[in-house]
Design a binder for this molecule. Structure first.
Ligand code: SF4
Length: 386
């Protein structure tokens, strides 16, 4: 250990909060076909007074044609069509605003949910793929001190359909050419607001809707779905046993418990070694290479010795099972934490690469539009987004 790193506690005590799961009591979101698997949807159609096969038709419109516009559903009887759509495909998200960055290749949308809670999603065009980054919770209870969302606390979990609707909207937006030319949404990453594995049942339901073929879901490839976690070890093992080989991304950010205890409060419960063991088990169960996310924070976690320690921790669990993504920190307003110097970042990457670890610096999208997760919603909560 070096002693040239200021302990995190001394940086900004106001940013260090205990874990908070004090979600406000709120009315449940309206029931939506995307909340359920196909057989159950038929029952809901019957409860709405129409034959079960109408649920199949509605599902094809929603997951296949990416619409909840009743006027486009010409295979449904005109009488009662709008009411049926309102009942089974209710509006769940209201767009508050959308900001554009990276010359139109990034669209970040702030959504209001039925109860006033707000979340964000980000749609990004790359040369070889279209990716949407979605939220799984309004706010987050994990209290990571470098993260805008962590500073808001947890408002509530999103329902499966509220998560799925972010994807449906992104797919529709992309198909309509909003990113430059009509394109098919190909990738979904659970890296927006919230800790996905802390809302396990709803997130797993959403993952099933993403990968099931139409009319069950969107028919995306499981390998193009990324579920991230800061380290809820039992939930990682549970996900490994689901038989859906999505990519697991572990937000590690430090290879040593001394620092990670401060950066990721849940590390007090599950230590680095336990988390990496669970990540390795995930690889063995699914065959999917695990991503290690590492936000590079200047003078906090970016030392070459930490890169060597990270490489050692990964290599002693095997070779070729993991991929490291260093991410230049996207600073949050009011925080003194910022991204590492370019030279330091390069040395960090070179150290990992020399140790045989596949390493790719992730680009940070939308840094000119409050790109760090939770910044738009945090600003909106102060009344600044409209
Ligand atoms: S980094 Fe992720 S887990 Fe931590 S507070 Fe932010 S959203 Fe939550």
């Amino acid at each position: 250990m070096t002693d040239d790193v200021a302990p995190v506690e001394s940086l900004d005590p106001a940013l260090r909060r205990p874990l908070t799961f004090s979600a406000r009591r709120r009315a449940r979101p309206p029931r939506h076909l995307a909340d359920a698997a196909l057989p159950e949807r038929g029952q809901w159609a019957v409860e709405a007074g129409v034959p079960a096969f109408r649920a199949d038709q509605l599902s094809r419109h929603y997951f296949g044609h990416l619409t909840r516009d009743a006027t486009a559903m010409t295979d449904l009887p005109v009488a009662g069509r709008e009411t049926l759509v309102e009942r089974l495909l209710p509006a769940l998200l209201t767009e508050v605003r959308t900001l554009e960055a990276d010359r139109g290749a990034t669209l970040k949308t702030l959504w209001e949910l039925h109860d006033g809670a707000r979340v964000e999603s980000v749609l990004m065009a790359y040369p070889d793929r279209i990716t949407v980054c979605i939220s799984s919770q309004a706010g987050c209870g994990m209290a990571c001190p470098f993260c805008a969302t962590g500073q808001m606390g947890l408002t509530r979990n999103l329902s499966t359909a509220e998560i799925v609707e972010q994807v449906r909207h992104a797919a529709r937006t992309s198909a309509d050419g909003a990113l430059g030319a009509p394109a098919r949404l190909s990738n979904v990453v659970f890296m927006g607001m919230g800790e996905p594995l802390a809302n396990y049942a709803a997130v797993l339901g959403a993952v099933r809707r993403l990968v099931e073929p139409v009319p069950g879901g969107f028919g995306l490839s499981a390998r193009s779905v990324v579920v991230s976690t800061v380290g809820l070890v039992p939930a990682v093992d549970r996900l490994a046993a689901e038989g859906i080989p999505v990519t697991l991304a572990v937000s590690l950010h430090a290879p040593d418990d001394a620092l990670r205890d401060d950066l990721i409060p849940v590390n007090a419960r599950w230590k680095v070694g336990e988390l990496l063991d669970a990540a390795r088990r995930y690889f063995e169960a699914t065959g999917r290479r695990v991503s290690i996310e590492y936000a590079l924070i200047r003078d906090i976690n970016d030392q070459a010795w930490r890169a060597r320690l990270l490489a050692d921790e990964l290599n002693r669990r095997g070779r070729g099972w993991v991929h490291v993504n260093p991410i230049p920190l996207n600073p949050t307003p009011g925080s003194m934490w910022t991204a590492s110097d370019r030279a330091v970042e390069a040395e960090f990457v070179a150290t990992l690469t020399r140790a045989g670890i596949t390493t790719t610096v992730r680009d940070t999208r939308g840094s000119d539009i409050d790109g760090a997760c939770g910044q738009l919603a945090a600003q909106a909560n102060k009344g600044g987004a409209r």
